[in-house]
Design a protein around this ligand. Sequence first.
Ligand code: HEM
Length: 476
Amino acid sequence: LFINRVRGLPPGPPPLPLLGNTLALGDPIDQVMLRWSKQYGPVFTAWLPAPTVVIADYKSLQESVVKQGDLFGDRSVPSVQMKMLVDGEYGLVFNGNYMWKEQRRFALHSLKDVGFLSESLQESVKSYSQHIVSDWKKDGADGKEIDVTHNIMYGVANLIWLLAFGRTVQFGDPKLKVVKDEVNKLFVAFVHPCVPFLEYFPYIGILDPLFGYPIRNMKEVSDSCMDIVRKELDITEKALNYDEDPRCYADSFFIEMRRREEKGEPMGNFTRDQLAVAALDMWTAGFETTVTTLRFAIHHLMSRPEIQRKMQKEIDQQIGQRQISMEDQKALPYCMAAILEIQRLANIVEMNFYRETNQDTVIGGFRIPAKTAILPQFPSVHVDPKNFERPDYFCPERHINDAGEFMKDPRIMPFSLGKRQCLGEGLARMELFIFLTTFVQHCSFSSPTLIPPEIKLIRGITRSPELYTVKITARF
Ligand code: HEM
């Protein structure tokens, strides 16, 4: 039956018994997948360890995941892991498919109701950007080398905290540092080589001690993150006035729970467990990704001062010293190009999340049955020399046309594509633009050593730069 199921799937690298191709998934995964796509075609089968159809070029991604969006909108949910970690398929990322639609719609609506992408959210982003640069001007005075992570972290964290829990946390509050460390550990724990096997061979748990307890570690870190989130939700609930407008996503969720209870409607997925995992998803998906992209950005700018100077020149000419806002995007084509290029180069999600077909279909001429795991591997498109000449070269100019205008490139899709495209894309774009332009408007970043240090990467669900320091010079 198994052989019948995989017969007809596209060809791919030969798998080892049980291990499939997982041993070949060394780093960087975006490059490994690109190599396979050159060898076996843009749509190929990789065993990770179960057979997964990988789509690794722009045209095939458009034809499948975008044009047949509904068919590719389901998530291949790691049910065993979800049961073990959070007692079921809850949340926004690994939510089972029927519930996901309702939950995603609810999340988008309720976030909009509480000001997602509104003028007031933009004001908060601006105010955190100012807070960060003024701290840096103090911390980095007298040429002191500093680690930029902490201040960026407080700014980004507060924006999500505000949307999810309806309040902010003081810059420097140790609680956020604890949360960040736990989320980092969770991201790294998830990509331990043993973890994918748990889904197909749940008894691998017995061998946990042999591998240094990766599964126990993952459970402990997940429990600790869930504890933090549940405590925050308790605080939000205590302060909630059901007669007033919701202040945040959690408020909207509690109000909807009460409404259903009072009307005697089925609660469906409107439970505390769902709320806790959804808040954790929002937190993990929205925090680590944005902080990591900004940290990559500063490293790239420190390594290429001429690009930084061009951004500064453009800002000086078009904006001066006033606060930058989203409306300034058109006036800053070079900055827009630099940000797009940073996202392409950073490629922080080097292996995308799995989807699953919900009907039989055809991709790239291959018949793909319903319930096949699909990997829309957009990160490999970003590093393909067929799309970008010298793909590892940081070159904002490739996104500027002869008239000096910024050109969007649809092949750069750091927020993924199709129905499962990132839910927080609007906020992330706002943060990246306002934070980064404000950073270079106020500060110059330079390397503490003559030759800027190479980026060393920590690999997890996202890849992030190891700790590095930078010298900051205030521009005014
Ligand atoms: C630079 C920042 C960010 C990047 C690069 C990023 C990237 C991604 C990617 C690649 C996915 C997977 C899509 C797929 O399955 O194909 C995703 C999903 C998601 N992201 Fe983001 N993201 C960022 C920021 C955010 C923010 C700020 C939030 C929340 C406020 C957020 C919330 C989510 C959620 C909830 C999902 C799951 C969507 C679903 O399955 O329906 N992300 N993101």
